[in-house]
Design a protein. Structure first.
Length: 165
């Protein structure tokens, strides 16, 4: 079963057994909400001013690449690679869907190299003058048999602006 979560004019459907973490610093202009699965795989919805994104980035790919650049700058990261990238229609907009695999270096507490996946959708919503970044950080791979399907089934429920009847 799913339930609808709505804040500041956007809506997303999430499983009813997921925990919601609403950032106290959120505002209508910018913020993020985290949805934690029972095994703590975290699905995020972030938003900000579309004007800011369009001033910084020429397109959705540049917007996504800036996020990946932050991952790559982490000294604990061995490699970060985009393994899938495609445009898909979400909430009446073209969104950039990406799958990124990040590999962490072995460390003091971790003797083995570890990897995790991040699925994301970047989209721009002119009717609300916002950008949205929807992403899922997969830490525990045994929770869902098909992470892409699970991520996309939730991401496709994003309604970033009221739909005409």
């Amino acid at each position: 079963m799913t339930e609808k979560f709505s804040a500041y004019g956007f809506q997303v459907e999430i499983p009813e057994d997921w925990r919601i973490e609403f950032n106290a610093k959120n505002s209508r202009q910018r913020g993020d909400v985290a949805f934690h699965s029972p095994k703590n795989n975290v699905f995020f919805v972030s938003w900000g001013k579309l004007e800011d994104a369009q001033r910084r980035f020429r397109n959705l790919e540049e917007h996504r690449d800036e996020t990946i650049k932050r991952f790559r700058s982490d000294p604990n990261m061995k490699s970060v690679e985009i393994v899938r990238s495609a445009m898909e229609n979400l909430s009446t907009h073209e969104g950039l869907v990406s799958r990124v695999v990040a590999r962490r270096r072995p460390g003091f507490m971790r003797r083995l190299e570890s990897s995790h996946e991040v699925w994301s959708v970047h989209l721009y919503c002119p009717p609300t003058a916002r950008y949205y970044v929807v992403y899922w950080h997969v830490s525990f791979g045994d929770e869902f048999p098909d992470f892409e399907d699970r991520f996309m089934s939730i991401a496709r429920t994003l309604a970033c602006h009221p739909q005409p009847l």
